[in-house]
Design a protein around this ligand. Structure first.
Ligand SMILES: Cc1cc2nc3c(=O)[nH]c(=O)nc-3n(C[C@H](O)[C@H](O)[C@H](O)COP(=O)(O)O)c2cc1C
Length: 327
């Protein structure tokens, strides 16, 4: 590491971490922590923010942390630096998901600039989308985004889409019957003023046509959702990885965020639909048998109304004190 760039890196890294917290996460649990040591950022999973009922394996927690890692990489890139990272660099520290090291200054490409600019504008959209087909070139760019992060993004054909949506509805019903589901949902929803969880204004209506199974975040509260007709033929994508180990979950998260940002950059609205990947028996049915792939997320994309962002915790809550003995 050149000593000439280190002071500058020190200045930009806290802001890069703040940008990384704009990543999506299961129920906006923001299950991450960061530690800056010189030109290095350690990215941790925060076990106290794991959703034990919905996510007993911690898979979605690592997908969320992977999304934050991709956002961090992008923010560093936008600051004019290149970086490398290692996943799970220390077997004695299982919560240490990634270690990112800034390597050298490098001019930002317009593509990285555009993707980074999308971070602040990407929000989960739980409202009906317009009945306008998503152009093939736009979908190709999404597939390419996932591929660049080592994942596969498949567009469901009409028959496949109906199957995926049916599986999502079945999964949603079964999950709601799971002991502890409502209590856990209650912890991450409601109208208390706070800086995590899904706020009332981010919860959309229910689909009066019962086609799009957007998760009901009012389930555990007195709030009720209005009914509105969603698009009858939603564009549905399935994100998958070749393996299904912890590293693959982090990879899936990085691919998810790169895909979502590529969608935002193209003015496409997005909704992650994770109920079907939260039940192992249903999750298996999302993938062609024998393909060797593991489904990690279902995504709905389309043209939607403008929506507000959900809150984020301040840097002071996610940034651990640097510990010079560790560097
Ligand atoms: C692993 C994962 C699973 C998610 N599952 C759902 C879901 O099933 N339904 C939904 O509406 N949003 C889902 N989301 C979106 C989060 O609720 C959303 O990212 C979070 O509330 C923060 O809001 P934002 O995306 O607008 O920043 C998921 C996100 C992640 C990363």
């Amino acid at each position: 590491m050149s000593t000439t760039i280190t002071p500058l890196v020190r200045e930009v890294l806290p802001e890069c971490v703040r940008t990384a917290t704009g990543a999506p996460s299961l129920h906006n649990s923001q299950p991450w922590k960061f530690r800056i040591e010189g030109a290095r950022v350690d990215v941790y999973a925060d076990p106290s923010r794991r959703l034990h009922v919905l996510d007993p394996q911690g898979r979605e927690q690592l997908v969320s942390v992977g999304a934050a890692l991709f956002t961090l990489r992008l923010a560093v890139r936008r600051s004019g630096y290149r970086s490398d990272y290692t996943l799970f660099p220390d077997t004695d520290e299982p919560d240490l998901v990634a270690r990112l090291t800034v390597t050298r200054p490098s001019p930002v490409s317009p593509a990285a600039e555009a993707l980074a600019a999308a971070v602040a504008h990407r929000h989960t959209n739980r409202w009906p989308f317009a009945q306008i087909p998503v152009p093939r070139e736009a979908l190709d760019r999404l597939r390419d985004a996932a591929r660049r992060e080592g994942a596969v993004l498949a567009l469901a054909n009409p028959a496949g889409r109906d199957v995926v949506l049916r599986l999502a509805r079945v999964a949603d019903e079964r999950l709601r019957q799971r002991p502890g589901y409502c209590e856990e949902l209650a912890r991450w929803t409601g109208d208390r003023v706070r800086n995590d969880g899904v706020p009332p204004e981010a919860i959309g209506p229910w689909d009066a046509l019962e086609s799009v199974p957007v998760r009901d975040f009012t389930e555990a509260s007195a709030q009720r959702r209005n009914g509105e007709a969603f698009e009858p033929y939603p564009t549905i994508l399935v994100l998958a990885t070749e393996g299904d180990r912890k590293v693959d979950w982090v990879r899936a998260g990085q691919a998810l965020q790169r895909t979502l940002l590529t969608a935002t950059w193209q003015d496409l609205a997005t909704t992650p639909i994770s109920q079907p990947v939260e039940l192992p028996a249903v999750r298996r049915l999302l993938i062609e048998p024998g393909s060797g792939l593991a489904a990690q997320m279902v995504l709905r994309v389309g043209y939607g109304r403008a929506v507000e962002g959900s809150p984020r915790r301040p840097l002071s809550e996610v940034l651990l004190k640097s510990d010079h003995r560790r560097s």
